[in-house]
Design a protein around this ligand. Structure first.
Ligand SMILES: Nc1ncnc2c1ncn2[C@@H]1O[C@H](COP(=O)(O)OP(=O)(O)OP(=O)(O)O)[C@@H](O)[C@H]1O
Ligand SMILES: [Mg+2]
Length: 361
């Protein structure tokens, strides 16, 4: 399907197939083992099973004061467990027609997250499956999601070093998923976006929402799907036009988040005309031109927090991540290395400027 047509789609689409012979379709964990694969990692955490009563107690019967946000899956509440641990409880609220898809996403989330362990992935503490009710219990992230901060909902305006730290943390999380180190099979997140980057007290980034994640069997570069899943604005154009899902689809979405960090704009702005709604189309031609680049830098970025050199390097990385041809995009481990260098160059440049100012005064 051509890229342009995707705008007419719903925000998110989900596969309905339950075919157990297809490695891309959700299967219970015991079916995951592919013939020539290493055994999958054992569950590390996330296996605590809660009762409905415990969920009600934790969230004050899902009171509005505890509401943290609402997404496509349902509402998310702040809660306190009997142990005193503060958590986020995601309650599945889907119409009966979508219950089967919701159940699949719920299981994928539990299966995948409980096998992963990385400082840049949100931890799943447990779940509740009581009758038809489903809840996921996560570690609580006090600074909410990245998009709210960029859209000026958060009180603290993020300076350039904190944005670089978020980009680096998210890159490390994705590189870990893609490298297959813990699960034994590389994982495509498929729904990477700024609302799925959560921030802790130190503004460290953790990736959430693995319900659409897919295992990428080794030796296979792509999987062809009939149904394109994800969120509009972050879709890899190659994936939407050919149905070919690759690890590089996450790299494209990562590039979109880099552009959000640089400009403070949303991935999609429906108030703009059809050719200007998408952030990639808006800024693609300005990223390699320093003069034009200055005009798109987020006005909320404190001027004394960045060097133009680091902005130019960051814009260059973002423009390669959002290349239409997926082979021209860097890998996530390549992005980690470049962002480390950009962070270092920025600190060094600012340190030199400070040194210069002190000598002049
Ligand atoms: N572990 C958490 N700690 C703190 N806040 C959270 C946590 N998980 C989710 N939230 C908040 O709840 C909001 C809703 O999350 P949810 O994942 O349901 O939807 P979304 O990511 O915004 O959108 P979509 O469903 O389209 O992916 C998030 O945007 C975030 O602000
Ligand atoms: Mg989310």
């Amino acid at each position: 399907m051509p890229f342009g047509l995707v705008s007419a789609w719903n925000k998110r689409r989900r596969s309905k197939s339950q075919d157990h012979s297809d490695p891309w379709i959700y299967k219970p964990a015991e079916f995951w083992q592919l013939d020539d694969q290493k055994p999958l990692a054992k569950r590390r955490h996330g296996s605590t099973v809660f009762t409905l009563k415990e969920m009600e107690e934790a969230t004050g019967s899902f009171s509005d004061e505890n509401l943290l946000g609402k997404g496509g899956f349902g509402r998310v509440y702040k809660g306190v467990l009997r142990s005193g641990e503060v958590v986020a409880v995601k309650k599945m609220e889907l119409p009966p027609s979508k219950a089967a898809e919701g159940e699949r996403e719920f299981r994928v989330e539990v299966d995948i997250l409980s096998r992963l362990d990385h400082p840049n992935l949100v931890s799943l503490i447990g779940y509740c499956a009581d009758g038809k009710q489903r809840f996921l219990v996560y570690e609580y992230m006090p600074n909410g999601n990245l998009q709210d901060h960029l859209n000026r909902i958060g009180e603290v305006k993020m300076d350039w070093p904190s944005r670089l730290k978020v980009a680096l943390g998210a890159a490390r999380g994705l590189a870990y998923l893609h490298a297959s180190s813990d699960v034994g099979i590389p994982i495509v997140h498929r729904d990477f976006k700024s609302t799925n980057i959560l921030l802790n007290t130190n503004f460290d980034a953790k990736i959430s929402d693995f319900g659409l994640a897919k295992l990428m069997p080794e030796g296979e570069e792509a999987y062809v799907t009939a149904m394109v899943l994800g969120t509009f604005g972050y879709f890899d154009p190659e994936y939407t036009s050919t149905g070919k899902l690759t690890l590089q689809s996450d790299v494209y979405a990562f590039g979109v988040v880099l552009l959000e960090l640089l400009t403070g704009r949303s991935a999609v702005d429906l108030n703009q005309g059809p050719t200007d709604q998408n952030i990639v189309l808006q800024v693609r031609n300005t990223l390699s031109d320093r003069k034009k680049l200055r005009k798109i830098i987020d006005h909320d970025l404190p001027r004394n927090s960045y060097t133009m050199e680091s902005i130019a390097m960051f814009a260059n990385l973002a423009s390669r991540c959002v290349q239409i041809n997926s082979r021209e995009r860097p890998t996530m481990s390549g992005c980690v290395k470049e962002l480390q260098l950009i962070f270092y160059m920025n600190s060094k440049g600012l340190g030199m400027a400070l040194h210069h100012t002190l000598r002049m005064s």
